[in-house]
Design a protein around this ligand. Sequence first.
Ligand code: F6P
Length: 319
Amino acid sequence: MKKIAVLTSGGDAPGMNAAVRSVVRYAIHNKLEVSGICRGYTGLINEEIKPLDRRSVSNIINRGGTMLKTARCPEFLTDEGLQKAKATLKKNEIDGLIVIGGDGTYRGAIALSKKCGIPCIGVPGTIDNDLNGTEATIGSDTAVNTALEAIDKIRDTATSMERIFVVEVMGRESGYIAMRVALGGGAEDVLIPERKFDIKKMCQDMVEGNTRGKISWIIIVAEGAANAEAIAKKITDLTSLETRVAVLGHIQRGGIPTAEDRIVATRLGAAAVDLLLKGQGSKAVGIISDNINVVDLDVAVQKKKIPTDVIYNLIRVMT
Ligand code: F6P
C-alpha cells in the first residue's frame, strides 16, 4: 500500500472534516501518499482528485461541512459508473480507498470492493446514527445538540403562549435524533419511523392534560415518521387546541462539530488507515464502549436496532 484516497459522500455531517484531517495526517505519518476525491462518488467517476498534504487539512477540525464537498450519486451503482471509478483509481495508482458517509456511501464501497477489487474502508459519517457496528456516527452528537438548542428556544414560546408545538427533526428512516431530543428536551411525545404511534391516544392525553392545566406540549416528529403539518392539523381537528409547527431541517446538518464528534472522527479516521495498512478491505470502523470496533461493510448497512421502547416509556413517564 503506497497511495490511498479519501472521499466524503451522501449528506454532510459535522465532524467529516476532522475525519478527513485524521486520515490524511495519520496516513502521511505512516509513509503513505494521500489524495482527496471531491464530491464523493461523482468525483470518482469524473476524476476530481487532488493530492493532500498535512497543511491542506489545517484549520478544518472545527469546521462543519466537508472540505472535499459531497454529493449523492445514484449513477455510481451502475456498471458504467463503477468502471469509470475503477479507471480513476487505477490511473491515479490508488491502492485503497477510505469513504466517509452513511449507508448509501457504504453500499458504494461494497460494490467497489466486490466488483472492482478495490480495498475500501468505511468511516461512519451521518447525523442519523443508523449504521451497525458502532454506537456513534460522526455528526450525530452535533446534530442532536443543535436540534436540542432549537427545541429549548421553542419551549420558551410553547410555555409562554400555552401552545402545542410539533417539531420536525431529520431522519427519513431513522428515529435516532427524534428519540434523543425528545428525552433530552423534555418533549411530551415522539413519532419515529421505527415505532407505531397512536395519534388518537396522544390527542386524548392532551385533552386530559388540558383539563389538569397542562396546556403546552412539545411533540417531536422524525421526518420519516409523518408530516409535521399533517400531525398538527390532526391534533387541532381532534382536540380543538391551537398548534404550531417548526421544521428544523438542514440546520441540524451544519455547524461546529462537538468535542465528541471531533474525537470520534479523529479516532476512526486513523483506525481506517490502520486497516488498509493491514491489507484489509470491505470493512467499516466504529466505536463501541470507547474501543475501536471493526465489522464487514455488509453488516454495517444492515438495519440498526435502537432501544425505542425503553426510551419511549421514559419520555412518557416524564410528561
Ligand atoms: O442522511 C442524513 C439526512 O440528513 C437524513 O436525516 C435526511 O432525511 C436526509 O439526509 C436529507 O437529505 P438531503 O440533504 O439530500 O435532502
